[in-house]
Ligand binder design. Structure first.
Ligand SMILES: [Zn+2]
Length: 162
């Protein structure tokens, strides 16, 4: 599938074997999102302050889902703090919970600034949950599953004895 080229001047479309516009002679550019994506990445890189991008990655904040994580990621970036989003480690959720929580990591040199931003946006109280939260949730899930299995076993036992 050949990329479609467009003229930046008169916007006429050309096949990808053309180099110059047949209407006005301008050099052609690629149509589609390619340029926009590059600009977005450049924009992001331009915002990052190098002093917030040094050191090992550390946990900065928990988000309930990807959308919330992206929102926080944007807030941090506005202040020049780059962050990395990932699914919390050791949080082995089944596929149906794939939309679960996310954590954002920042470079150690950006952690204090990130906390400032989170506090200013009232995210800290529920956002900065201790790292034991997912483990507790997992334990609760296991407990509930155990109870459900026990109920089934008891139910079957009663009916067998009948
Ligand atoms: Zn043209």
């Amino acid at each position: 599938m050949g990329a479609i080229l467009v003229c930046p001047s008169c916007e006429s479309e050309h096949g990808d074997d053309a180099r110059f516009c047949s209407q006005c002679g301008m050099p052609l550019v690629r149509a589609g999102g390619g340029e926009a994506r590059v600009n977005e990445r450049q924009e992001r890189a331009r915002k990052i302050k190098p002093q917030y991008a040094q050191g090992a990655l550390v946990r900065a904040v928990w988000a309930r889902n990807q959308a919330e994580a992206e929102l926080i990621e944007g807030m941090l970036l506005e202040e020049g703090i780059p962050s990395v989003m990932r699914r919390p480690q050791g949080f082995d959720v089944p596929d149906f919970m794939a939309a679960g929580p996310r954590e954002l990591l920042v470079a150690r040199s950006g952690l204090e600034a990130a906390r400032e931003v989170l506090l200013q946006n009232d995210i800290a109280p529920r956002g900065l949950a201790p790292s034991s939260t997912p483990r507790a949730t997992r334990l609760l899930a296991a407990l509930l599953l155990g109870l459900a299995l026990l109920t089934v076993v008891l139910f079957m036992a009663i009916h067998v004895w009948d």
